[in-house]
Design a binder for this molecule. Structure first.
Ligand code: LLP
Length: 462
């Protein structure tokens, strides 16, 4: 049979679909295609089926959804604690400080939990500093990263006596020095080096390449240290790097660390001693079938390189601490059989979880109740008026029907934190589970919340 263009295309589609269901296919972007293998991950392991029902720790999620409504984010306290402890354990023979990257999930209850476990914080804005202070974080365990700190933010952090400013350019160093001089203070500084290393992740979250806006090029680093060490208003405390996020092998970290360690040694030769070496964040997690190193393997990769430096290590993990300890629960509103595709339309959307739309990220989707039924291939989409509004595309799923509940897995990091009110949708509730108890740690927003600070008056009065 001669294939027409359309027929050929169909055959190709079918062939690629068959390949996809037989073995996992690497996708571009953040994350990989699905497999049904459930790799060991202490945080992910908090979400388990018992009988036909999905549980978080000892809470049955269908029942919880009935009580709190959908959509909602749900976090496992055990999962969060275990991840923190495995990081701590991995570095326990090396002087270190874990500064949780607040941006990954900045809910006060989660920050408070990490603070009680002994974490410091990596912040990137005045708002994040406020949150950290609100949970009574010790300012001497706070590092301030970011390419564009405002004068107000710098003053705020200076007055609270944070551990260090991670400086990303000469211009920023000048502003910091000037603010410290005005306040008659001494600002603690670490230069963030751009080691020009490819982290092999989605281009939007690669930060350590020469073409990225982040960090100071290797050749410019030493003169800046010399300058800083001569200033009466700056105190040189450390050096750091952060090469990107969702990095799933140790190789890029090692490459970056080698370059930075060399710089630390060169500085030492000119009698500029550094107390802290900041290894940044970036360790990836399993969304589909990735097998990133765990904290222990990650720690081992650095230890030999840094052992003779005598520096205290600073770590800034975000995703690896919270990603697999959280899910997004959503209800199926209806299903729709299109001519070219099937759609499962749910009550969560790109405003709740933007990662699939923004990075083409893969998140596993599981039904809250298992029932023997056929599967079909569908896009899981939200009600937002954009074709880019999807949580999953071309996904083989059980044939769910209206009213059923689904869990979007691995949504603890950069889920709620990146959510918005687009389409005037109130943001979802956030819930923390511990054992057989749960607490609403952020209320679902109301219509009133949506309009806070606005006015229906369109002309100045008077
Ligand atoms: N330190 C700095 C300076 C950072 O910029 C970041 C993340 C981290 C630490 C924490 O990185 P992590 O351990 O979480 O990989 N929205 C994206 C991720 C953006 C990451 C931004 N920087 C996503 O949803 O994949």
């Amino acid at each position: 049979m001669r294939l027409t263009g359309g027929g050929l295309q169909q055959t190709r589609h079918l062939a690629s679909f068959m390949r996809r269901i037989r073995r996992p296919v690497r996708r571009t972007g953040v994350g990989f295609a699905a497999t049904m293998t459930d790799r060991h991950d202490p945080a992910a392991a908090q979400f388990r089926y018992r009988g036909n029902a999905l549980y978080c720790e000892r809470i049955q999620l269908t029942e919880l959804a009935r009580q709190v409504g959908t959509p909602f984010y749900l976090y496992s306290q055990n999962g969060l604690e275990q991840q923190f402890r495995s990081f701590e354990g991995a570095f326990d023979d090396t002087p270190h400080l874990i500064c949780y990257a607040v941006k990954a999930n900045s809910n006060l209850s989660i920050l408070s939990l990490f603070r009680r476990l002994g974490a410091g914080f990596d912040i990137v804005s005045g708002g994040e500093l406020m949150r950290a202070l609100r949970v009574r974080a010790d300012p001497r365990k706070i590092v301030f990263s970011g390419v564009g700190k405002t004068e107000d933010e710098i003053d705020f952090a200076l007055h609270h006596g944070i551990l260090q400013f991670n400086v990303e350019s000469e211009a920023e160093l000048q502003v910091l020095e000037a603010r410290a001089a005005t306040a008659r203070m001494i600002a603690p500084v670490a230069m963030r080096v751009n080691p020009d290393v490819n982290p092999k992740t989605h281009p939007y979250i690669a930060t350590g390449l020469a073409e990225n806006k982040f960090g100071i090029p290797v050749r410019c680093v030493l003169p800046l240290y010399r300058r800083a060490s001569r200033s009466p208003h700056l105190r040189v405390t450390g050096m750091g790097f952060h090469i990107g996020s969702q990095i799933i092998s140790t190789a890029p970290f090692v490459r970056a660390a080698k370059r930075v360690v060399e710089l630390v040694q060169t500085l030492r030769a000119s009698r500029i001693e550094l107390r802290y070496l900041d290894l940044g964040g970036g360790l990836g997690i399993t969304y589909g079938d990735e097998s990133p190193p765990g904290p222990a393997e990650y720690a081992r990769a650095f230890k030999n390189l840094v052992k003779d430096l005598g520096c205290t290590l600073i770590l800034e993990p975000g995703r690896a601490m919270v990603g697999n300890a959280g899910i997004l629960v959503t209800r199926v509103l209806l299903t729709k059989k299109g001519r070219a595709r099937n759609f499962v339309i749910v009550d969560a959307a790109m405003n709740d979880l933007i990662r699939p739309s923004l990075y083409g990220a893969y998140h596993r989707i599981r039904p809250l109740t298992l029932r023997g039924r056929r599967s079909w291939k569908a896009d899981v989409v939200g009600p937002v008026c954009e074709t880019g509004d999807f949580l999953a595309r071309d996904r083989v799923l059980p044939r769910v029907s209206a009213g059923e509940l689904l869990a979007v897995m691995s949504a603890g990091a950069y889920g709620f934190a990146l959510s918005s009110n687009y389409n005037s949708r109130p943001r979802a509730a956030e819930i923390l589970v511990h054992g057989d108890r749960f607490r609403i740690i952020r209320k679902r927003e109301t219509f009133r919340d949506l309009m806070r600070g606005e006015s229906a008056r369109y002309l100045p009065s008077g």
